[in-house]
Design a protein around this ligand. Sequence first.
Ligand code: UT7
Length: 317
Amino acid sequence: MPAIREGARGAVISGWGTSLPEKVLTNDELAATMDTSDEWIRSRTGIAERRVGGTTIGLSIESGRQALEMAGLDPSRIDALVLATTTPDKQWGSAAVVQHELGMRCGAVDVNAACTGFMYGLVTAHGLIAMGADRVLVIGTDSLSRITDYTDRATAPLFGDGSGAVVLESVDGDGELLGWDLDADGSALGILQAEVGGYIEMEGKEVFRRAVRLMVDSAEKSMAHAGVTIDDIKLIIPHQANIRIIQAACDRLGIPIERASVVIEHTGNTSSATIPLALADALDRGRVEYGDLLLLVGFGGGMTAASCVLRWGGDAQ
Ligand code: UT7
């Protein structure tokens, strides 16, 4: 993937929001219905509980509403809505319904790149702004509980529902995006897939093995395009699939896990929502300051990989 073209119109994130369904599903509750245990799930994945029972449209409306409110924008001022989801409520139209319900009057599209969907959406939104849009709402939402087989202990503990959103606004100057990478390898679809109308099927060990390599490769490409090294990165915002994958990726990249934003313990893997949820958590906890460099990186079914380096607030030095 190319580095950012000289003179491209820049953008910054000006608001964010999150949404999780109310119902909490704990490891102990899962262990009451299948042959597993809280100890096994925590030690192998880092997950203690997940939220279930949301709809993609409902969760998206809530996170999107919060992001617009924080940005102080009337919905009518948004030029485009990109909704990343691999679990649309219907075959099409989720983004359009969210657009309508939030009172926006703009184009609206569903983007499906499994767990890298938010990253694909965020890079696409920066591209729309480079081409003249002024404000884009990017939402990452999944309701994976609807495609999870709760009789399969190999997958049931991993997944949950959730949503995160950001408002991206054009700025004079370079904006926040310093480097990005989008990648895909369709030859590996079979190790992590879901037939239309079916459940998530996965070769866990093989996904784990590839995930670490994909994240590291993609992160290194984004950092090379940005002209930075891992030592310049204040915080890594990784896809939250398994704490051991996050740990292994951090080890290989040479960044301590203390510099990662981790929310998996209470959310599980929410696919398109993990990165915006982890980003919002870091921002809400005051872990990010103006001018800090953030590395967002994920992998997903397809298989896909994606990453970007952001300078928070744009060209502050
Ligand atoms: O967004 C991407 C989505 N997917 C992923 O990221 C998945 C990536 N993979 C993983 O996270 C891990 O491979 C898993 C968490 C899925 C599995 O962890 P693992 O350390 O690779 O375990 P394993 O598959 O090698 O299984 C070890 C043992 C097996 O028993 P035996 O053969 O050693 O007797 C499994 O049958 O653990 C057993 N096992 C379980 N035991 C209790 C598998 N699932 C469970 C379970 N509870 N839920």
